[in-house]
Structures are given as C-alpha cells and as structure tokens.
Design a protein around this ligand. Structure first.
Ligand code: PLP
Length: 397
C-alpha cells in the first residue's frame, strides 16, 4: 500500500499561527535558495558588505573573551556602550539622549524594528511606509498585528515618500510612519526639506515616526539627515541604528534604539523577556567601533562610491535606465525595456548568465519592472556581471 503524499505547505498552514500564515517568506530568501545549488554565479543579491570587520574591532572582541566577558549585560546593554552612543549622536547630529533611559542596545536594527512595532502597535493599527521598502517593514508590522499601509513611490520622484502622499493615507487608525532612508532597495536618500515636511505631517496628526537609519554612514556626495534631529520631532521618533553596514559587522548582531524614556521602557519590556540582552562580545566590539572605527568607515564608503559609479554607469551603458542611488549599496535599474516581469528577468538572468539579482517586487508592488543590484561586491565581479547582463539584454531586446 502506498503512503499518502504529505503536502508540507498544508502541514505548515495547519501547524503555524494565523500571524505566521499571514506573512509570506521573504522574496530574497526564496531566490537565494535557488542560487545555492548553482556554481559560477556572480551574486549582486545579498545586501551585505564584502569587507570583513576591521581587525582592531575583531581584536577588541577576542580580548574581551580572553578577559572573561562571557556573561549577560544589563537588559539595556553595556552602560559604556550607551554612553559612547550618546556621545556619538550628540557630536554627529546634535541630539541629546540620556544613556540610562533613552537608549537600548538591540540585536541589530532587525530586533529594534520588531520591538518598536510590538511596543507601539495595537491590533488593527495602521503603519504607513513607502513601497518599495525593506522586506521586514510590512512583515514585522503584520507580526505585531498591525496593518501595513504602502504608499507608492516612483522613479520619477526619486523613490522618495512624499509628505502629501503620507497625509492622503492617514485614517483614524494610523499610529505610525515607518521610513528607512538611505533606502534598501532603491538607494534613495531624502533631503532635509523632504523629511521636514514628513515631520510636520507627523506632528499635525500626532503620529510616531520609526526611522530606520542603518545606512546613515553610507551616503555619497550628499548628507544624511537624522530624522530625530529635525525641529520638535525627537519625542515622536524612534531612531533605529546599528553597526552592521557601516563597520561591516552584520554577523555580530548589534544595533540600538533611541527614543523618549516611555518608548524605550515599553520596548525593553519585550526585549527583557525575548532577547534578554545583546551579546556582550558584540557590544564590546561596538565600543571599539565607535572609539576607533571612523577611518575604516571612510575607506569603505570611498570604495562603495567607486563601485556605485561603475555599477550605475555600466547599467546605463547596457541600455537600462537607472535612477542615481545616493546611499546604501544598491542600484535599482528598470528592466521594463525587456518586456519581462522582474521575476522572469531575475530567473532567466540567473539560469542563462549566472548573475543573481533580486526582483523588485520582493520589496513591494511598486518594485515591479525593477531589479535590485547590490554593489557591495568586488569591482571585478561587478564588471563581469555587467558583461553578462549586456549579453542577456542584447539577446532579449
Ligand atoms: N534595515 C534595513 C533597511 C536593512 O537593509 C537591513 C539589512 O539588510 C536591516 C535593517 C537589518 O539590520 P541589522 O543587521 O542591524 O539587523
């Protein structure tokens, strides 16, 4: 007698909570599962620095282990790290945060985002965010039982969320605005003037703004404006930052949240039961990064900028229109001239030319017609990927 076939999707649906069934697996993950079984692929896919963490930061971590720093820290994180962060935010953005009550060390912006949403959102509350946006924004909102409200952004508007569009989406259920600039996936940066208009809307409608500034240091020929530093908006802002991108520390899992004491307290209530604290060794490394990591950040930013120009010019040379990214490490070219969907383009490019990119719709419907190309990879790989893409485009246009 043959055993009946088990459908894993159905089993998962039955086992998992409604909350989990309400989110789909990340479009990025799905794509990279496919890639892992292939050889000779150039990946412009994963959004991660190709540098290793600077040696003196690694050394500080090794030394901390040697000294026996292997225990829990305060739920809020090491006091010394919070003090250094307060100094950093003061000197960089003229922002004053009290280290003991207004800063929380998290396991990356990822945790900070989850905590902020769960701490602030009631079931059914609406959170306004740009489309396209980082994959975790809608998913974490759903997991917090909130409702993501996606506001379309376009290439013509430099993929920037406009204050008047935000205002048009506000309802009595709107609780927060969630923005992340420099943007993953577009590389867009918002100017101080544009952010000021968003701040005015938030103030007028009494909304919280969660501002994911993980890419604050990675900007090119432009300045980063820290949202919380705008006039009269600090108390309404949850600033999320981290070490992953600027210091090439993705694997260390350390970041921070800065906000008024009541919000930090609410977030810490969840953090103390779920994470307890960020890893002590990573916190030690983060102290060293803040103390002596600036030079390396500058060198890496210069290098990303060089690759950015090669990538953008290369994409334009092979006939794709490409908006100029001013931050992070992504280019977001349009592939509309090929007549393919983004998914089809990415799959065929991978199978025919062994170049991995992420289809734009992984980041929201407005990403249709675009692909995300990460340029945090070697110049040689970028140049070879461009040659392969040129062949592909020639064949398909
Ligand atoms: N926010 C954005 C916009 C990102 O692109 C990423 C990672 O790709 C994260 C947050 C996650 O940051 P962390 O490593 O600090 O959790």
């Amino acid at each position: 007698m043959s055993t009946p076939q088990v459908d894993p999707v159905k089993v998962l649906q039955k086992l998992a909570s409604e909350r989990v069934n309400n989110i789909s697996p990340s479009g990025i993950r799905k794509f990279f599962d496919l890639l892992s079984s292939m050889e000779g692929v150039i990946s412009l896919g994963v959004g991660e620095p190709d540098f290793v963490t600077p040696w003196h930061i690694r050394e500080a971590a090794i030394y901390s282990i040697e000294k026996g720093y292997t225990m829990y820290t305060s739920n809020y994180g090491l006091s010394e790290l919070r003090q250094k962060l307060a100094q950093y935010l003061k000197s960089r953005y003229r922002l004053s945060y009290a280290p003991n009550t207004e800063l929380l060390i998290t396991t990356g912006v990822s945790e900070g985002l989850d905590l902020a949403l769960r701490a602030l959102i009631n079931p059914g509350d609406e959170v306004i965010m740009p489309d396209p946006c980082y994959v975790s924004y809608p998913a974490c909102t759903v997991l917090a039982e909130g409702k993501p409200i996606l506001v379309p952004t376009t290439e013509e508007n430099n993929f920037v969320i406009k204050a008047k569009d935000i205002e048009a989406h506000i309802t009595p259920r709107t609780k927060a605005i969630l923005i992340g600039y420099p943007s993953n996936p577009t590389g867009a940066v918002m100017t101080k003037e544009q952010l000021t208009l968003v701040a005015e809307v938030a103030r007028r409608h009494d909304l919280i703004v969660i501002s994911d500034e993980i890419y604050e240091r990675l900007v090119y020929n432009t300045e980063h404006t820290c949202f919380a530093s705008l006039d009269g908006i600090k108390d309404k802002t949850v600033l999320l930052g981290g070490f992953s991108k600027a210091y090439a520390m993705t694997g260390w899992r350390t970041g921070y949240a800065a906000a008024r004491p009541e919000i930090i307290e609410a977030m810490t209530k969840i953090h103390q039961y779920t994470m307890l604290c960020a890893p002590i060794v990573a916190q030690m490394a983060a102290i060293e990064a803040l103390d002596r990591g600036d030079k390396e950040v500058e060198v890496m930013v210069k290098d990303y900028d060089r690759r950015r120009r090669v990538m953008v010019e290369g994409l334009r040379d092979i006939g794709l229109t490409c908006f100029e990214p001013k931050g992070a490490f992504y280019a977001f070219p349009s592939i509309k001239i090929t007549g393919m969907t983004s998914e089809e383009f990415a799959q065929r490019l991978l199978l025919e030319e062994k170049v991995a990119v992420v289809p734009g719709p992984a980041f929201g419907q407005c990403g249709e017609g675009y692909i995300r190309c990460c340029y945090a990879t070697s110049l040689e790989d970028i140049e070879e990927a461009l040659r392969r893409m040129e062949r592909f485009i020639k064949r398909h246009t």
